[in-house]
Design a binder for this molecule. Sequence first.
Ligand code: ZN
Length: 148
Amino acid sequence: MSTESSLAPRQVDHLGIAVHSLDAALPFWRDVLGLTFVGFEDVPDQKVRVAVLLAGPNRIELLEPTAEDSPVRKFLNTRGEGIHHVALRVDACGATLDHLASAGVRLIDAVPRTGAEGARIGFVHPKATGGILLEVSERPEGTGHGVS
Ligand code: ZN
């Protein structure tokens, strides 16, 4: 355990970018820009298919909806393609959500759900953050740089 607050986010975990089509979006990010393509992952809980890319240690997730009622489909319909959410890495997702709720912060998820690579994640409502959908993400030990 660190001597710092265990609830303080450690780093930006990833950026989530909503796209209509991974096939259409991936060539720019992987082939032209040259990011390292890690792999695809289906996240049924969010009804998205994810393409995971790395820029050095930094992670970008392209998000393609897999159902009409996917939250990312709704985002695309109203806002178009673009940054969907910012994720911050935390040590304890549930405790962080509890802390935020007790501070009066409006949450989308009161309890953690399962994200890509088995991460425990929760979303904070954009109305509480100045308009940004914020994810807090707790990763199982040893993950975060690959789809296994
Ligand atoms: Zn995310």
